[in-house]
Structure formats: structure tokens, C-alpha cells
Design a binder for this molecule. Structure first.
Ligand SMILES: [Zn+2]
Length: 414
């Protein structure tokens, strides 16, 4: 009786809170019954994650996970948590627990750090990030889980755009378990951060998670037989080493920039390949990643998915250097290099100095982004925020190209 009362209460509450979430008969929630779901509230204890306006990320993560556990259990799922109090748990312990428990789905709950001043600007457009495990071994579940979460957050979670990305974070590297890492919003704007710390906001967030989880299991069971068949047909990674390129330039956002850069490099006998033309048909890019990415792109608006990321990290073109360029208003002007790479630091420092001479101020950001974690190439990601320099002026485009080109040339000649 007690349980029936709670479910009724939950259903009334959910309908009250959000008319888009319905528990009507034949509801998609029936598929949660008997599923084993592992929730991983990020950080905890001394490691608070982001802190903004007096609000700790670790506590937001925990509150969302605790609510979500209750809702899932009421609907018949079994839930395991990596922590259910405000205590520190190492990434290794979280990762090892996944292997032991072998859940049907693993979800790491976070809220994005907005430590950079850029994310605190009043005109910054907040957005949601959905990361699915990029370690693909023929199991469609990871990609379908990413799509399942993407669809629901896009519909019901209204802080801004939702971006679906392959992730390489420690806790989502288990190949056997479909794994998601969520960053519902950047903890920048004071009103939003303070609102997010309220119990009602947290419940709303948990309910969106609940719907996303149900959507995933529903997709796995019914809707995506065709997708699963497509994914099963993907060939394993083929390492293509016919030719070694000195530089692989990539950009999803500015083709004229790449064409100039390619000409500059070729004129000086620096072998270069770019993604400017028919990137997805380029025979030098691993067919494994192409197939995987094309399938995802079919499900998304084309500009949402940065198709080049996988090719860069896997270094399937066997380049010595990868320079990845973007011209995004949603990030600050900055140069990112893998935090453990001395060569990455050298190259990014050289690019930074030359860009400064060309009139573009960029910050150096040693980081551990997935895109930078190639083990066989020096990888540097450059973002120029179009608000910092007029990109309609051809001189500026040429200036940025010359800066990158001369830094690359110096790096290769030493
Ligand atoms: Zn976090």
C-alpha cells in the first residue's frame, strides 16, 4: 500500500511539475522494472568540484542522484550509488565498482565548472553537455544511450542548447557498460546557480534524468533495431600508415581559413592534410570512426556533432602535429594542449606568441580534453572567439594563418 501511495504521489507530482512527462498506461517507464542502474554523483567530501555563489557542485550532483534513485526504485529499478553521502570517492574506486556491479547503465552526474571568466559573462549562452563513452567495441548501447539522453534533455531541460559528445573521462571508459556523463549546465550565472540549489529544481533535474533513462531502454528495446544493425556492421579500426603527414589541420567552422593554411604549408614543403574537403570521404581517416560518426550525424543537426574529434585523437592520419581550429562564440579565445605534453606546451606557447603579434589575445590552457589526448601526435586545439577579432577582414584571417603556420614551421625545423 505504502508503495502504491508513493507511486501515485510521484505521478501526481511529476504531472504537476512538467506536463511533458506522463505516466499514462503503456508508459515508457515500464521498461525500468528490474533494470540495474548505477548512479555516480561526481566529486564529494574535500573534492567539491566547482564552487560558485556559495554552491558546491558535489552537493548538486548528490541531490540529483538521491532523488533519481528514489524515482527509479519506485518504478521497479534497482539502483547502486558510488556515494550516497558527501564523502570523497576516488575515480579509480568508482571505475572499479562498475566492473564489479556490471549495471545495465552507468550515469555520472555533474554540473559544469564555469571557473573561466568567459562562462560568467552575462551574455554567455548556457548549454547542456551529454557525454557518451567513446570506447566503442561494436556495442550500440553507448551511442543509443547518448542519443536517448540527448533527445530528452533537448526537449525538457531548458538551460540552452544540448551538445552530444564522445567522452574519454575515466568513469565512462568501461567498454562493457553503456556509460553517460552529464553536465546539465555551467555554474556561472548567479540566479541559475542559486535556483539549482533548491529542492524543487533538483527534483526537476532528476525527473529529466528519469525520462532520459527510460528513453534509452525504450530505444534499446524497440525503436533502434535498424541503428543497432548498422553499428554492428562497422569494421574495427584500421591503422592507415601509407603516408605520414607533418600536419593535420582540422576545423569544423572555417573552411577559408583551412585553405589558406594548407597553401602556406604546402608552399614550404610541409606535408599537410585538412578536413576542408569531403572530410568524411577522406580515405586517410579511419573507416571505423567515419561509420560511427556518420550514423550519429544522421540523428543530429549537422553542426552539433564535431565529427573530426575522433579522427584527431586516434591520429588515424599518422601526423606529427594536429592543429585543430574552431571559431566558436560559445568559448573564449584560447589555445589548449594536453596537460602532460611538453611538446604541446612548446607548440601552443609559440602559437600564442605569434597570435598576439597578429592582434589576437589567447589564453594558454593546459587541459586533458579528449581531443588532445592523442598519444602519437602533438595536438593543439585553438579557438578564436569571433567577438575578439573581425573575421570578415581577410587580413585578420591571413594574420591568424601566418601565426599558426610560422609556429608550426619553427616547431618542425628544430
Ligand atoms: Zn564535475
Amino acid at each position: 500500500m505504502h508503495k502504491i501511495f508513493l507511486i501515485t504521489a510521484l505521478i501526481s507530482f511529476v504531472i504537476l511539475l512538467n506536463p511533458n512527462i506522463s505516466f499514462a498506461e503503456n508508459s515508457p517507464y515500464s521498461n525500468l522494472k528490474g533494470k540495474l542502474i548505477m548512479l555516480d554523483p561526481g566529486h564529494g567530501g574535500d573534492d567539491s568540484g566547482a564552487i560558485r555563489h556559495g554552491v558546491k557542485e558535489s552537493l548538486l550532483n548528490l541531490a540529483a542522484a538521491v532523488n533519481l534513485k528514489k524515482y527509479l526504485e519506485l518504478l521497479g529499478a534497482n539502483v547502486v550509488m558510488t556515494r550516497d553521502t558527501d564523502k570523497a570517492v576516488s575515480l579509480n574506486a568508482r571505475y572499479d565498482a562498475i566492473d564489479k556491479i556490471k549495471p545495465d547503465l552507468f550515469i555520472s552526474l555533474h554540473h559544469n565548472d564555469a571557473a573561466d571568466a568567459f562562462y560568467q559573462k552575462p551574455d554567455f549562452k548556457n548549454y547542456t553537455e551529454v557525454y557518451f563513452s567513446s570506447l566503442y567495441d561494436g556495442n550500440a548501447a553507448n551511442i543509443i544511450s547518448g542519443l536517448g539522453f540527448y533527445e530528452v534533455f533537448q526537449k525538457l531541460y531548458k538551460v540552452g542548447m544540448v551538445k552530444l559528445k564522445p567522452g574519454y573521462f575515466k568513469v565512462i571508459r568501461n567498454k562493457k557498460v553503456p556509460s553517460i556523463l552529464m553536465e546539465p549546465f555551467f555554474m556561472g550565472e548567479e540566479t541559475l546557480v542559486k535556483k539549482a540549489a533548491s529542492p524543487s529544481y533538483s527534483r526537476h533535474e532528476s525527473l529529466v534524468y528519469l525520462k532520459a533513462i527510460a528513453n534509452y531502454f525504450n530505444k534499446m528495446e524497440t525503436q533502434d533495431a535498424a541503428l543497432k544493425k548498422q553499428l554492428a556492421g562497422i569494421q574495427p579500426i584500421e591503422k592507415l600508415t601509407e603516408e605520414t603527414f607533418d600536419v593535420f589541420l582540422s576545423s569544423s567552422t572555417n573552411e577559408s581559413f583551412l585553405k589558406i593554411a594548407e597553401e602556406l604549408l604546402k608552399a614550404n614543403k610541409i606535408k599537410a592534410v585538412t578536413n576542408s574537403d569531403n572530410f568524411l570521404d577522406n580515405k586517410n581517416i579511419s573507416s571505423h570512426y567515419i561509420s560511427k560518426l556518420m550514423i550519429i550525424k544522421e540523428h543530429l543537426e549537422s553542426d552539433l556533432f564535431p565529427s573530426y574529434i575522433e579522427a584527431i585523437r586516434s591520429n588515424s592520419v599518422a601526423a606529427k602535429i594536429h592543429v585543430s581550429l574552431s571559431f566558436s562564440v560559445s568559448r573564449p579565445s584560447a589555445i589548449y594542449a594536453y596537460y602532460k605534453s611538453d611538446n604541446g606546451k612548446k607548440l601552443s606557447t609559440a602559437i600564442c606568441e605569434r597570435l598576439k603579434a597578429a592582434g589576437v589575445q589567447t589564453e594558454l590552457k593546459p587541459d586533458s580534453f579528449y581531443i588532445l589526448s592523442s598519444t602519437s601526435a602533438v595536438t593543439v586545439a585553438v579557438n578564436i572567439n569571433p567577438e575578439d577579432i573581425n573575421l570578415d577582414d581577410k587580413h585578420n584571417i591571413l594574420g591568424i594563418n601566418m601565426a599558426v603556420y610560422s609556429a608550426v614551421k619553427k616547431y618542425l625545423s628544430k
